[in-house]
Design a binder for this molecule. Structure first.
Ligand code: AMP
Ligand code: ZN
Length: 143
């Protein structure tokens, strides 16, 4: 499963270069060329899959285990003080490359990076309960 227009599929195929950190039959981890913090690594399935809801359970398990490996490797190898793991679904969420990927970003004391988290609030507990009910209505019968 590969998509001829996809940058990450080209990387998997070896048609575009990357700096590999880890690879197995199903998963590739490589350096992000535009690091938020130096060491920023991407973990992707080799198959062209997007968004997160389309990844089969077994492959998702493989992916998250590799994410955990990279988290540990950044802590040990880079002596990172902390790690952010992020993943975007859809352009509105900031996704630029439509091939599932997890960002694993090492964090250091005084790295001067600040997420623009901009926390807001609900007008009332009822409003929050209503939004929670909407989410629950979208849950599959089995997870
Ligand atoms: P997103 O905005 O979540 O889709 O993230 C896409 C990421 O892919 C960005 O952080 C880019 O810097 C990174 N990226 C794009 N092209 C390449 C490439 N050829 N090699 C490595 N990373 C890339
Ligand atoms: Zn792809």
């Amino acid at each position: 499963m590969s998509n001829g227009d996809c940058i990450f599929c080209k990387i998997v195929a070896g048609d575009l270069p990357c700096t590999r950190v880890y690879e197995d039959d199903d998963v590739l981890a490589f350096m992000d060329i535009g690091p938020i913090i130096k060491g920023h690594t991407l973990v992707i399935p080799k198959a062209h899959i997007d968004p997160l809801t389309n990844v089969p359970d077994e492959l998702l398990s493989r992916l998250i285990l590799v994410v955990r490996k990279i988290v540990g490797a950044q802590m040990k190898g880079l002596d990172a003080d902390g790690i952010n793991v992020t993943q975007a679904n859809g352009a509105v969420a900031g996704q630029v490359v439509p091939h599932l990927h997890f960002h694993v970003i090492p964090r250091f004391e005084n790295d001067k990076h600040h997420w623009n988290w901009n926390a807001k609030s609900y007008d009332s507990t009822d409003e929050m309960e209503g939004v929670a009910a909407q989410i629950r209505s979208g849950l599959p019968l089995e997870i």
